[in-house]
Ligand binder design. Sequence first.
Ligand SMILES: Cc1ncc(COP(=O)(O)O)c(C=O)c1O
Length: 400
Amino acid sequence: MYRPLFAVIDLAHLSHNIRYLKSRLSPSATLMVAVKADAYGHGVRPVVGRLAREGVNHVAVASLEEALEIRAWNRDVNILVLGAVTPDACAKAAEAEVEIALTDLSPIDQIPRLPKRLRVHLPLDTGMNRLGVKRTDEAVALARAIAAREDLELVGAGTHLAAADAPDPGHAAGQMERLRAFVRALEEAKLRPPRIHAGNSAALLRDPAWHLDMVRVGIAAYGYSPDPSVLPAPALRPVMSLYAGVLRVARAEAGETVGYGATYAVQRPMTLATVAGGYADGYPRHLSNAGEVLARGEFRPVIGRVCMDQLMIDATGLDLAAGDVVALFGYDPPEGWRAGWWNRIRPEEREVRVQETYRMASNWEERRVLSLDRLAERAQTIPYEILCRVHRRVPRVVCD
Ligand SMILES: Cc1ncc(COP(=O)(O)O)c(C=O)c1O
């Protein structure tokens, strides 16, 4: 590690979140965790490994590529591809024992005879208007066509809730009602698959009646409520914290400006700290003159425009020096990451030292957090997007 910018992936917090979510899960339901987009940016391999330790054996991804990547090092976990798989890729999915959701891109009559049985899910559109069949007779016909083939096995049927975190649960309740009609039709035709699933994080936190046979949880596993104003879940702990080193501390006088476009005019003498991390790293440029960082336990504003690789903060009155570390989001850094800490450690030892010192600072309940809820709102986005977009050039330091 050379550049002082890294994300800590706290697997103890992932475990904590999974245990909490399981405590809220209806006893008849299975927990599936969405690990698409490299586990929402956290790194799919350590996340899947930790999920297995927590007894989570079902994961969901968006593409067959993502599924095969997991299969290359994990033979045991049950993987469902939520996105489209083309007919010519079905043999590959079957061979890797990956489950797929059928879409219009894979009409059943175009799926060639498969050398191995492929487990499939029916996608039911109950109101998201994204993917899946819209009518019960279509669902029954599709289930019948699957049942007629020896090389296909119908193992599930799922729908996706569009507004389970809305203040008014009416939209989701309407979707659940339509899902029940689908299930009744499948039952009458004696084609009900074993796993009916609809819920996401919002559904898990909102109503056990929406858990059915399986819940596909994403964001809550990574420590965020889909909407904390509607579904507060203070027990969840952010799994990712993004840490950046201070590159320079300098005084600026009244009349000077800061950053590209000279959008910030200094009104009175102030201290600016330049820190590593910019929009190429995934830090939203919308946070120009709007974001804040957690420096020495204080929330400090981002000054001027966010650059591609750096940003500036107001460090007036703070005891901050080059080589200190601040949080761009997540938990307040451990006390030891101060007094030019970065430069005092050899590059090849930094990862291990981050792990050791992070783990030693274990008072997480009392530690201040710069929540992505707070930042995402200011950046006119959602925590999901910020997490997924942390660039691959930012090393993930996995802490057990
Ligand atoms: C089909 C499907 N199920 C479940 C999830 C998980 O949703 P969340 O992260 O809100 O829990 C997603 C996420 O986008 C999804 O697309």
